[in-house]
Write a protein that binds this ligand. Structure first.
Ligand code: GLV
Length: 311
């Protein structure tokens, strides 16, 4: 099988993939056009439209990330080619740690203590037990389900939400529009781990934010498009005094890098991180990519992306 690889650092992926698939001919998108045209499979992260628009006769695509939004939104994407994406692949654990950091940040009042430090104020806040800090996790795919389990193990009551019904041990699962409204009404922190699809865009809008209890906090290691930014800023209010929404820890934005002019950068109760929550460990990702390519070549059934659902 011939595999075309496109990602930053493609040579490293090419080499490591060749070790796992010695029978395959693997080359990067820097190869000449005639060679690219021979590819049976494409393994890529955010390939440019120009590459996807080339006359490639692809039998399958492996998305070198968990989110397929960039790929599905690419106008050059050939129709009908099956797509396999990374599932967890070592990303869930660091994302879980990111979420843990955010939860402890608010639950143990680190945001308040930071502000107090600025004015040299020594004042202890009454602690709230983790058992009294319900957390909502929107999105129960490979990553969301694992993150929900991690924080449930930590002792937070966890409410999970997915579009269709799911049942996960130790998690109170909700689904559908009514389930979402019920979940929003009872959580102190809301974690977003949904894919970016037409159905999830701005799922956190003014109405959703208004359903959250006063003083709730938001943690988004998912996708920036899930949030209506104007509604978020409105719910946060201005300045250091806590608004209806206490604070937000944000790792993903509709446009990345987050534009310098974005008011989120300077908001005193917003923490901005540069899409770093879920680094992809090369080893775990490559194992999945090799497995997907082998399954494609052998014609074995495997879970593929549903382009209509968007994930
Ligand atoms: C990263 O955001 C990914 O989708 O893997």
């Amino acid at each position: 099988m011939k595999v075309l690889v496109h990602i930053d650092d493609a040579e490293r992926w090419q080499e490591a993939l060749a070790e796992r698939l010695p029978e395959a001919d693997i080359f990067t998108s820097a190869a000449p056009a005639e060679r690219r045209r021979e590819a049976d499979y494409l393994a890529a992260w955010k390939p440019p439209e120009s590459l996807l628009s080339e006359p490639l006769a692809l039998k399958g695509i492996v998305n070198l990330g968990a989110g397929v939004d960039a790929l599905l939104n690419n106008p050059g994407l050939p129709a009908g080619v099956p797509i396999v994406k990374l599932r967890d692949a070592g990303m869930a654990e660091p994302i879980g740690d990111y979420v843990r950091y955010g939860l402890l940040h608010f639950q143990r009042d680190f945001d308040r203590y930071r502000r107090q430090q600025h004015v040299r104020q020594w004042h202890e806040h009454a602690p709230v037990d983790k058992a009294d800090w319900p957390v909502g996790v929107l999105g129960l795919g490979a990553i969301g389900a694992r993150v929900a389990a991690m924080i449930a193990t930590d002792g937070f009551p966890v409410h999970g939400w997915s579009r269709s019904p799911k049942s996960l041990e130790g998690i109170t699962c909700h689904h559908g529009d009514d389930g979402l409204a019920a979940l929003l009404g009872r959580v102190k922190s809301l974690v977003l781990l949904l894919p970016d699809t037409p159905a999830t865009r701005h799922i956190i809008d003014a109405e959703a934010l208004a359903r959250l209890p006063e003083g709730a906090s938001l943690i988004n290691p998912g996708r920036g498009t899930l949030i209506d930014e104007a509604a978020l800023l409105d719910a946060l209010g201005e300045g250091e005094a806590e608004g209806r929404l206490r604070g937000a820890l944000l790792d993903a934005f509709p446009a990345e890098p987050l534009p310098a002019a974005s008011p989120l950068w300077g908001h005193p109760r917003v923490w901005v991180t540069p899409h770093m929550a879920g680094p992809t460990p090369l080893g775990a990702a490559l194992d999945q990519v090799a497995e997907a390519l082998r399954a494609f070549a052998a014609g074995e059934p495997q879970a593929t992306v549903d382009p209509d659902a968007g994930y």
